[in-house]
Design a protein. Structure first.
Length: 133
């Protein structure tokens, strides 16, 4: 059995650039990313994955969602949070990441005002928690 908190596992998972058709526990990936000295998850591609929380993600520059189920309930805006200060402390940063046909479970989102408005319009407009940005 693999020890997911081991240093060896952490090096292995953070070295990967692609994740395909698998479950990804985002808090675990974030912890190993931070332990490797990187402040954000950067440059990863996720295809047909289940992205699992609980987590608040800060969607940073270059991150895209294509054909993803974002996990919205009856009110999509319930999973969008506007930052109140100059930093987003405690959020998992995603920079230059691609999510293609992924399903998000127990994930909330924060980011720039422009991102939050775009995400709100995208989710509410589709009514099913689907996003394409």
């Amino acid at each position: 059995m693999t020890d997911v908190m081991s240093e060896a596992f952490g090096r292995e998972i953070t070295a990967r650039d692609t994740f395909e058709t698998e479950g990804v526990w985002l808090p675990l990936l974030a912890v190993h990313t931070m332990n490797s000295g990187q402040p954000v998850i950067k440059g990863k591609t996720f295809t047909n994955c289940v992205i699992q929380g609980p987590a608040l993600v800060a969607v940073l520059k270059g991150t895209t969602f294509d054909g993803c189920s974002m996990g919205a309930g009856s009110d999509a805006n319930s999973m969008l949070f506007a930052p109140k200060g100059p930093q987003m402390v405690g959020a998992i940063g995603l920079e230059d990441c691609k999510f293609v046909s992924c399903r998000f479970v127990q994930i909330a989102y924060t980011g720039s005002d422009a991102f939050l408005e775009e995400m709100s319009q995208s989710l509410v407009g589709k009514g099913q928690g689907q996003a394409r940005s």
